[in-house]
Design a protein around this ligand. Structure first.
Ligand SMILES: Cc1cc2nc3c(=O)[nH]c(=O)nc-3n(C[C@H](O)[C@H](O)[C@H](O)COP(=O)(O)O)c2cc1C
Length: 328
C-alpha cells in the first residue's frame, strides 16, 4: 500500500532538520538530502567537502555520521506517518547516494522503535561533563543492546577491566593525536577555536588523569567548551563499544544508525552520553581495542553513558544548506 502523497516542502524541511541534528565527527555535518524524482522518498548524499581527512582518511567516521543522520530521518518519517524502507549504497560502495529512503508507504503499527524517539532528536546533546556514579540499570542496558542489534550492530557495556583498557588506549591515542601537527591543525579548523586557544595543545585542554578523569575531547558550544582539568569525573565511567562483523561502508552506515538509535533511546530514559573516538582513529590502537573474547569484531565507536548534566546544543548548518529543493 502506498500513500501516493508526495513529500511537501514542509515535510522535506522537517526531515532535513531531523537529519541535520545528528551527531558527527567534529560536528562536520557531512550530509546532503535530496528528494527522489517522484517526491515519495529521499536520497542521502555524502558532502565530501566536509570530510575530515587527517582524522578520518578512510571516511569511516563520515559514513558513521551519515548513518546517524539516516536514523533521524527514519524517526522523522514515522512522525510524518510514513513507513521507511532503506536501501544502503544502492549504486555500490563509494558511489552516491549513500542511502535511499522509500517513504511511499503509510506508517505501520506497531511503531518501529518502541518508544517515540522523535522528541529526543532535539534533546540529545553530547554531554562531556562529569557524570554521577549511578549505574545504568541492567534492564535499560538490555534495551540499548536490543536497539543496536536491530541495526545489526553489537553494543557491549564493558566490565571494569575493559573500561580501564579502553581508557588507557584512548589516552595513548590522544597523546599521539596531539603530537601530529596536521591533525591538530585540522581539529582546530573544525572546532573554530577562539584565538585565545592558539598555542595550547588540544590535549592540554582535555583531561588526562586516568585515575579520576577521562581523556575527553570536547566539541560542544560555540566557542567550544572543554572539561576543565580540575573537574573530577565518575570513579569508573560506563563505557560501551559498538562493533560490527565486517568493516565496510555499509557497516559504518549501520553503526551510525545504531549509535543514534541507542543515543535517542538513552535520552528518552534520562541518560547522557558522549563519544570517545580517539582510539578508533589510529589503526593499530583501534585493533588493540578489540576484546579478544569477542572474536573478530571491528570496534567502530566507544560511547560513554551515565547520569549527569545534559550537554548544550551545538550549532547546525541551516536547512537550506543541507536540503536540495528537488531531485538533481
Ligand atoms: C564518528 C563520531 C566521532 C565523534 N568523536 C567524538 C570525540 O572523540 N569526542 C567527543 O567529545 N565527541 C565526539 N563526537 C561527537 C561530536 O563531537 C558531536 O556529535 C558534535 O559536536 C555535535 O554535537 P552534539 O552531539 O551535541 O549534537 C563524535 C561523533 C561522531 C558521530
Amino acid at each position: 500500500m502506498t500513500t501516493e502523497a508526495a513529500l511537501t516542502t514542509a515535510d522535506l524541511r522537517l526531515l532535513a532538520e531531523a537529519g541535520g541534528a545528528a551527531p558527527s565527527l567534529h560536528n562536520s555535518q557531512p550530509w546532503r538530502f535530496r528528494p527522489t524524482a517522484d517526491r515519495l522518498g529521499l536520497e542521502v548524499h555524502a558532502d565530501r567537502s566536509r570530510a575530515v581527512p587527517a582524522a578520518d582518511p578512510e571516511g569511516r567516521a563520515l559514513y558513521v555520521s551519515i548513518g546517524a543522520a539516516l536514523f533521524n530521518l527514519r524517526v522523522a518519517a514515522d512522525r510524518l506517518g510514513r513507513d521507511t524502507t532503506v536501501r544502503l549504497l544502492p549504486a555500490g560502495a563509494g558511489a552516491q547516494p549513500c542511502a535511499v529512503l522509500d517513504l511511499s508507504a503509510p506508517a505501520r503499527t506497531p511503531r518501529p522503535f518502541g518508544a517515540d524517539l522523535y522528541p529526543a532528536i532535539a534533546r540529545r546533546h553530547s554531554s562531556r561533563q562529569p557524570f554521577t556514579n549511578r549505574d545504568v540499570p541492567e534492564r535499560l542496558v538490555a534495551d540499548l543492546m536490543l536497539a543496536a542489534r536491530d541495526e545489526d550492530v553489537t553494543l557491549t557495556l564493558l566490565e571494569e577491566h575493559g573500561v580501564r583498557r579502553v581508557l588507557d588506549l584512548t589516552s595513548e591515542a590522544e597523546a599521539r593525536i596531539a603530537a601530529d601537527v596536521t591533525r591538530e591543525a585540522e581539529t582546530r579548523r573544525w572546532l573554530r577555536l577562539e584565538p585565545s586557544y592558539d598555542g595550547i595543545p588540544l590535549a592540554a585542554l582535555g583531561s588526562h588523569d586516568r585515575d579520576a578523569r577521562i581523556p575527553m575531547r570536547g566539541f560542544a558550544g560555540h566557542p567550544p567548551r572543554y572539561a576543565t582539568p580540575a573537574e573530577r569525573f565518575e570513579a569508573l565511567p560506563q563505557l560501551a563499544t559498538l562493533t560490527t562483523h565486517l568493516d565496510g561502508q555499509a557497516d559504518w552506515l549501520r553503526t551510525g544508525q545504531a549509535l543514534e538509535r541507542v543515543w535517542l533511546l538513552a535520552t528518552v530514559h534520562g541518560l547522557q552520553a558522549c563519544v570517545l573516538h580517539q582510539a578508533v582513529e589510529i589503526p593499530d590502537i583501534r585493533w588493540r581495542l578489540r576484546d579478544p573474547a569477542d572474536g573478530p569484531a571491528h570496534v567502530q565507536l566507544v560511547l560513554r553513558v551515565g547520569y549527569g548534566p545534559p550537554g548544550t546544543a551545538s550549532p547546525r548548518r541551516p536547512v537550506e544548506d543541507v536540503l536540495d529543493p528537488s531531485a538533481g
